[in-house]
Design a protein around this ligand. Sequence first.
Ligand SMILES: [Fe+2]
Length: 200
Amino acid sequence: MLVFPVNIVKTNIKHLNLVGHDFDLEITEILDNIPSNRKLETANGEYSTTLRQYQDIINLDSLKKFNNYIRSTMMEFWKKIGYEESQIAIERSWINRFSKGSKLHSHAHGSTEMVMTYYHKIPDGSASIRFFNPFDNYTGMAPFINKSFTYSPKEGDLLAWPGFLWHEIDEQSVEGDRIAISMHVHQGSYCLADRWRRVS
Ligand SMILES: [Fe+2]
């Protein structure tokens, strides 16, 4: 999707049935066991009420098929954005589960080269994602004059975008969980965050 002077990549892989019921069972247990001090909940909705689990979720047994497929898709995108020669590393992967009332305030993913999100469960009327034009404050960027771009994900969608692109998720206004799997992708030999973690 040509949105700003930056593209957001979209494909839909629902028909491949890569993520099955065993994943639902596995993550329900994981998410239900998050200690209450790790849940990001506020009453006024200013911050996320999303349940997140930061671990290498991509390595779950129930995601083996998905993991294999996603790495080859990732590599395709990776080459297209100009890294023909370098390998990829999934630096972090996690689940976001939005229940009714959840939202995610505006944020970006810093130095992450590529963010990928797979939309696993999207009940009808689920929250949209809104990306903000990184060049909004500059003139002379016509025809890219839109301040933002809003997309309503479909089940099975896979989106990829650069980490510097600010975005937010609207409030989930319907019953039923909206579940997404997200990943940070870096060059295999250059993972900035990971390098700095070694000396902390
Ligand atoms: Fe994000």
